[in-house]
Design a protein around this ligand. Structure first.
Ligand SMILES: [Zn+2]
Ligand SMILES: [Zn+2]
Length: 440
């Protein structure tokens, strides 16, 4: 499957954001704009968030560059712990295969105590198209992609049976929602989710963002809704309405100075051609669409605990592998950015773990161990520093391990060697309002 096959449409002829700016300079000026116009102007929002996060939501969104939930639902810093992957899929409880997903759910439910988990599908999803296109029994074309989207296989079977009279595109539209339902069912295989749903402290919500028609709908997974959560769902609908009126319909989105305003959403309906693939932490204070002013269509975005990239491993890191493969081989992004951040809970967990001690969590320790090599380095080189300062160093060193791990993917290695792909490290310090980048 090439770029055309995976997206189903050719890329728009002129991408509005592809002005003649170096990608790294683009990130820096995006951050400057955020700093001057948002961060510095809202100390009442950002000061308390320096001490900690207490998000209402955990959100699963597709990595698709057109679908950032901070943008489309107006979710503010601190509101939503956000996981983004191919087709916003949630695999079932599996300690080996879905450590990334499991660690994020566990942290959100058990440590942050979110009250609503929302899984959002979307129109014209490349992952859903790939799932529906796959021939049964045919060999996989990709290292990871097919294996990842197979999470939604029960939904595909259902759609193929119940909607066999519909054309392919219409079947895809149904599958976008049915795949969300499979993810909602899978969420209940996690004991801490099941418990929360049963005692009424946690609500599961399905949602669909249709960027072709400018619509957003939600539905409840069949559970008794606690009253606080009903308000939380209304909040999502209001957020989308505001986005629809102020941004989607108004065509005056871009506070970012070099962007061309009017033709943003129409070409994006046909396909995405993002410049960036971004790895950012799921932390509710760190959405890169907000902090770097990344606009719809600009960045294919993965969010997980501590923005970690595991090494090439077809069994353990299917979620990450499929996203990198899709971004590099199908979307042909030119820059992969891995962004660490200040006061990262995942980094603190990594540095706090005692060697040889039993794990306290089902998934979290196993996930953050991806950057164990960085921890060893920091413990040796910075042993005189206090714990918090060691964490600060580790936030950056962990990014370097992820950048090294990226090079274990053959398609990344090849892209870097040919000069088509650049790898960049980044760090967002929300305590001091700083953003730095470095090349590796
Ligand atoms: Zn998608
Ligand atoms: Zn973090």
């Amino acid at each position: 499957m090439g770029r055309r096959g995976m997206t189903g449409h050719s890329a728009p002829a002129a991408i509005w954001h592809r002005h003649d700016m170096d990608p790294v300079a683009r990130l820096k000026s995006g951050f400057e704009d955020f700093k001057v116009n948002v961060y510095n102007k809202k100390p009442e929002l950002f000061e308390p968030l320096k001490e900690g996060q207490a998000p209402t939501y955990m959100v699963f969104g597709c990595a698709d560059s057109r679908c950032c939930p901070s943008v489309t639902l107006g979710l503010q810093p601190g509101e939503a712990f956000t996981m983004r992957n191919i087709a916003s899929m949630v695999g079932p409880y599996d300690k080996n295969k879905y450590t990334g997903t499991g660690s994020a759910i566990e942290y959100a439910v058990c440590a942050l105590k979110v009250s609503v988990i929302v899984v959002i599908g979307h129109s014209r999803c490349g992952g859903i198209k790939a799932l529906l296109s796959m021939e049964e029994g045919a060999p996989d074309n990709f290292h990871f992609v097919e294996d990842w989207v197979r999470i939604g296989l029960p939904a595909k079977k259902k759609v193929q049976t119940e909607c066999k009279a519909l054309p392919f595109d219409a079947q895809c539209s149904v599958l976008e929602k049915e795949a969300v339902n499979v993810s909602l069912d899978n969420l209940k295989t996690y004991p801490f989710v099941k418990e929360g749903v049963e005692n009424g402290s946690l609500k599961l919500v399905g949602a669909h963002y249709d960027f072709v028609n400018g619509k957003f709908e939600t539905w409840d997974a069949p559970t008794p809704p606690p009253s606080k959560a009903v308000d939380a769902v209304a909040r999502l609908k209001t957020g989308f309405q505001n986005f629809k009126i102020d941004v989607y319909d108004s065509l005056t989105l871009c506070s970012f100075p070099n962007s061309k305003k009017p033709e943003l959403f129409e070409p994006l309906k046909e396909g995405q051609a993002p410049t960036f693939m971004v790895f950012a932490c799921a932390d509710s204070r760190c959405c890169p669409s907000v902090t770097l002013r990344l606009q719809p269509g600009e960045a294919f975005t993965i969010r997980n605990i501590a923005s970690m990239v595991g090494p090439y491993d077809k069994t353990k890191y299917t979620g990450i592998g499929s996203a990198i493969e899709y971004a590099v081989c199908a979307l042909k992004v030119s820059c992969i950015v891995v962004i660490g951040h200040s006061r990262c809970g995942g980094i603190r967990a990594l540095l706090s773990m005692q060697d040889g001690a039993p794990n306290n969590f089902h998934f979290v320790e196993d996930w953050v161990k991806i950057c164990y090599a960085a921890k060893k380095k920091v413990q040796i080189e910075c042993k005189a520093l206090p714990f918090d300062d060691q964490c600060s160093v580790l936030e950056r060193e962990a990014v370097n391990v992820s950048l090294d791990n990226l090079m274990t993917y053959p398609f990344v290695k090849e892209g870097v060697a040919s000069g088509k792909l650049k790898l960049v490290g980044g760090h967002y310090d929300f305590v001091n309002g700083k953003f730095e980048t470095w090349s590796r």
